[in-house]
Design a protein around this ligand. Structure first.
Ligand SMILES: [Cu+2]
Length: 189
């Protein structure tokens, strides 16, 4: 997830690092305040309680959380939105993956993708809820019986990327993985 190989995964990794460094900065600030008052208790006595409540409870978290929410919405839209002319159908079932390509061919537990190109993956399930996830290429999308959920992914370079079912779906869940192979000469349309 933190070693992205495509634009959707890049957005998620960027958001993760913003949250990591933001969380680390807030933790360091709190720790500094704590140590300051621990080592110099007298220093805190001049500051009214209201200052801590208004400052720590409203003035500080409101802009931080608003910025984080805005960034998450903006980056999240980029990871889920859009369409692509090349469409691959992914059917998740207990406990394997079946992929169908525009030329009518199909594969099991191996997803062949064209490298360097947006692909729309249409995810369905005939039994229970599963979740399609290739951590290095993008976010998760649920496979829900009766629904066709879609996600647009792009592998920037040819290579193999691990994929898993990211929603517990029974005793075979742990083995419900697949391999995404991004190919320069895809030839399945
Ligand atoms: Cu599953």
């Amino acid at each position: 997830m933190l070693f992205p190989a495509g634009p959707a995964a890049q957005g998620i990794a960027t958001l993760w690092w913003w949250m990591f460094w933001g969380g680390a900065a807030i933790f360091a600030l709190m720790l500094a305040l704590f140590l300051w008052l621990l080592l110099r208790p007298a220093a805190g006595q001049g500051i009214p309680a209201r200052w801590w409540i208004v400052g720590g409870g409203l003035v500080f978290p409101l802009p931080v959380l608003a910025a984080l929410t805005g960034a998450a919405l903006w980056l999240g839209e980029g990871t889920l939105g859009g369409t692509a002319p090349t469409r691959i159908e992914a059917e998740a079932r207990m406990w394997q993956w079946q992929f169908r390509y525009p030329d009518g061919s199909a594969t099991t537990d191996v997803l062949h993708l064209p490298a360097g190109r947006d692909v729309e993956i249409v995810v369905t399930s005939p039994d229970v809820i599963h979740s399609f996830w290739i951590p290095r290429l993008g976010g998760k999308i649920d496979a829900i019986p009766g629904h066709a959920n879609r996600i647009v992914l792009r592998a920037d370079a040819p290579g193999e990327y691990g994929g898993v079912c990211a929603e517990y779906c029974g005793t075979g869940h742990v083995d419900m993985s697949f391999t995404a192979v991004a190919e320069a000469d895809w030839g399945r349309e």
